[in-house]
Design a binder for this molecule. Structure first.
Ligand SMILES: Nc1nc2c(ncn2[C@@H]2O[C@H](COP(=O)(O)OP(=O)(O)OP(=O)(O)O)[C@@H](O)[C@H]2O)c(=O)[nH]1
Ligand SMILES: [Mg+2]
Length: 358
């Protein structure tokens, strides 16, 4: 199935049914009182995150979603029936924003999360509500309220702890196959991967993290070169980026240092926040280099790039170095989780003290 990570839709909730003015007419009861019931509520529209759905493709085809109107009230104290609500099922990780206001209204980040997108109109009141001591035969009733309607943007941002970044053919998909059960296609031509794949990496029985494999990035992606750079949105929620580099490119004219710099530039052009995210260098295809030159080539590469951060030498093909890498990632994620929890605790503290002083 085609992977679609963005869609614009319109949601129109149902109108409330009108209330009604009616009077009781019964044999032997000369002047029956008012008995006009209320209108039913219009149907509302909700979004619900569902782990069984992994693309927004359905919303490319069905753009307008309309809930039914509530039924009109009737005589004999009968209320109109409310219209059923509609649930739009979306992938986990879908962010919904109001297109006109430009603001995010929901981030459906776990299975079962739901958000109200458009509220159905209230039903109108029937004349039985307007009876009073001075008006025993009211003819008033109110109309149902219109339902809300809005234009929405749905954006899928996959939920992963770690994102893979690199030129086409760097071996991103090979790596995710080596460390997880995910099976994205691997081939020796550029842009094999066309949409994100998630893989769960289990380091032991109770410890795991999620990696996102995304398409390759090339110079000029911001201007649309290759597959563009829109898919970088899937790295937005990760805690760590792995910049994968082919240490032994087949193409003799290739310049891995220049290419690596281009990737970083594209990252910055896409989003400053993504550019500032922790990033590790992963030098791949070590199996193509003789063991005695690996370290040296890796060092030279890092120096030429001006890289001072963490780096790893691996072979995604043979699996060499992959275990050490995944353990380092797991450790890093657990550390940052701890730091985050400590920071949150720290931030809550002054609040308690201020309360105590009072
Ligand atoms: N020798 C060797 N070949 C590798 C290694 N990793 C990947 N390859 C090969 O490099 C080619 C590209 O690998 P992919 O995993 O498809 O690369 P990718 O980064 O996912 O590429 P795109 O999806 O096109 O961006 C394939 O022919 C792989 O078999 C490695 O560690 N050693
Ligand atoms: Mg790939």
């Amino acid at each position: 199935m085609k992977f679609i990570d963005e869609a614009i839709i319109e949601v129109i909730a149902g109108k409330g049914g009108d209330g009604v003015a009616s009077f009781r007419r019964e044999k032997f009861v000369p002047r029956g009182g008012p008995d006009g019931g209320d209108g039913g509520r219009g149907g509302s529209i909700h979004a619900v995150a569902d782990r069984n759905i992994n693309t927004l493709i359905d919303y490319r085809y069905a753009r307008i979603h309309r809930a039914k109107n509530g039924e009109k009230g009737q005589g004999s104290d009968c209320y109109g029936r409310s219209a059923p609500d509609i649930e739009l099922r979306v992938p986990v990780g879908t962010v919904v924003s109001d297109l006109d206001a430009g603001e995010v209204i929901a981030d459906l980040d776990r299975h079962g999360a739901r958000a109200l997108l458009a509220k159905g109109g209230k039903g109108g009141l029937g004349n039985l509500h307007f009876k009073s001591s001075i008006n025993r035969a009211p003819r008033q009733f109110t109309r149902g309220e219109p339902g809300e309607s809005r234009k929405l943007k749905l954006e899928l941002k996959v939920l992963a702890d770690v994102g893979l970044l690199g030129m086409p053919n760097a071996g991103k998909s090979t790596l995710i196959r080596a460390v997880s059960a995910a099976r994205p296609k691997v081939a020796d031509y550029p842009f094999t991967t066309l949409h994100p794949h998630l893989g769960v990496v289990r380091v032991d029985q109770n410890r795991s993290f999620v990696v996102a494999d995304i398409p390759g990035l090339i110079e000029g992606a911001a201007e649309g070169a290759g597959l563009g750079h829109q898919f970088l949105r899937h790295l937005a929620r990760t805690s760590l980026l792995l910049h994968l580099v082919d240490l032994a490119p087949l193409d003799a004219g290739a310049d891995p240092v220049k290419d690596a710099k281009a990737i970083v530039r594209e990252l910055r052009k896409y989003d400053q926040g993504l550019h500032r995210k922790p990033r590790w260098l992963v030098l791949n295809k070590a199996d193509l280099l003789a063991p005695e030159v690996r370290e040296k080539s890796a060092k030279k590469f890092a120096t030429d790039l001006g890289w001072k951060g963490k780096s790893f030498i691996i072979s995604a093909l043979t699996g060499e170095g992959c275990k050490a890498l995944t353990y380092a990632i797991m450790g890093y994620l657990e550390e940052s989780q701890k730091r985050l929890a400590a920071k949150e605790k720290q931030e809550r503290k002054p609040q308690i003290n201020a309360d105590e002083r009072r």
